[in-house]
Design a protein around this ligand. Structure first.
Ligand code: ATR
Length: 273
């Protein structure tokens, strides 16, 4: 079976993850594992949608009878504008889950992110967040709600400034990715998807800090490899992926998916710490 599709060639299915690039996505695997117990009629696929084609793609998928989509890089901010965000999505300022029938949307990244941090960090301190896109916006809001002090570094300073203006709470923009004193170093950028390195001053990081990359893959990202070399604890985006996927399915279908089955479906792909 084909792993992913262009949106104009989307097959008959109920749900999809949309983004660009999309071939790396593990969402079909975990959703398929969860949906196999929820009714065989639901199929979940990966579909490539370029950034400026979200509006026609959503229209097309709705016409084809899709019930919902998960939205990933680089579509999250446009998805907010093209849908009707619920209270949760408004609170986190970005959406990753859309119901196509009525175009309502929500954010399950925030909950999935919280799920993934449980038991890993004793108390919030300060966090260095890399990136200023839609993912960063949602996760900065979660961190602020949970009592973290936030430093944001972004490749393009202007975008960082516009994120700060948008967040509306105390966070600071920094010119250098200096993790001195940070308990959490969070990579929300899509640099890992390109195999690109980030200019983190790893030698200044505390050995008790957690380096967390929201991306995932069969090998640790450059960011996580650099962190490991500096002796830090690391976490990739798989636990958050499972958390947000389970929450999306609950929101669409009112079911409580089997998270263990979802995790098992990825076991053969995950790298071991
Ligand atoms: P999302 O909505 O998922 O956050 P996005 O809005 O496309 O995706 O944001 C991508 C983020 O990754 C941005 O912060 C981007 O930095 P710029 O604002 O400077 O574009 C960041 N990013 C992408 N590639 C990067 C790279 N090679 N190095 C550093 N940052 C990168």
């Amino acid at each position: 079976m084909k792993a992913w599709y262009e949106w104009r060639e989307a097959p008959s299915a109920s749900f999809a993850v949309i983004g660009d690039p999309i071939e790396h996505s593990w969402s079909p695997l975990i959703h398929t594992a969860a949906l196999s117990t929820a009714g065989p009629e639901h199929r979940y696929v990966a579909i490539r949608v370029p950034k400026d084609e979200l509006a026609p793609a959503l229209y097309h998928l709705t016409e084809l009878g899709y019930l919902g989509v998960n939205v990933t890089v680089p579509l999250k901010e446009s998805a907010y504008r093209l849908s009707d965000p619920d209270d949760v999505a408004q609170r986190y300022g970005t959406v990753n889950t859309i119901r196509l029938g009525d175009r309502t949307s929500t954010n399950t990244d925030a909950g999935g992110f919280r799920d993934s941090l449980q038991g890993l960090i004793e108390s919030p301190s300060h966090a260095l967040v890399l990136g200023a896109g839609g993912t960063s916006k949602a996760l900065c809001r979660v961190l602020a709600e949970d009592g973290w002090r936030i430093l944001i570094w972004n490749r393009t300073r202007e975008r960082g400034e516009s994120l700060l203006a948008d967040l509306g709470f105390q966070a600071r923009l920094v010119d250098s990715a200096d993790p001195t004193g940070a308990g959490l170093i969070l990579n929300t950028t899509s640099a890992s998807l390109q195999g690109a390195a980030l200019p983190v001053l790893w030698e200044r990081a505390s050995h008790t800090a957690l380096a967390y990359d929201v991306s995932y893959g069969v090998e640790p990202s450059r960011f996580l490899q650099d962190a490991r070399r500096s002796g830090l604890n690391v976490l990739d985006g798989v636990d958050m992926l499972i958390g947000q996927a389970a929450r999306s399915l609950s929101w669409w279908l009112g079911i409580e998916p089997d998270r263990k089955a979802m995790a098992d479906a990825l076991e053969h792909l995950r790298w071991k710490p």
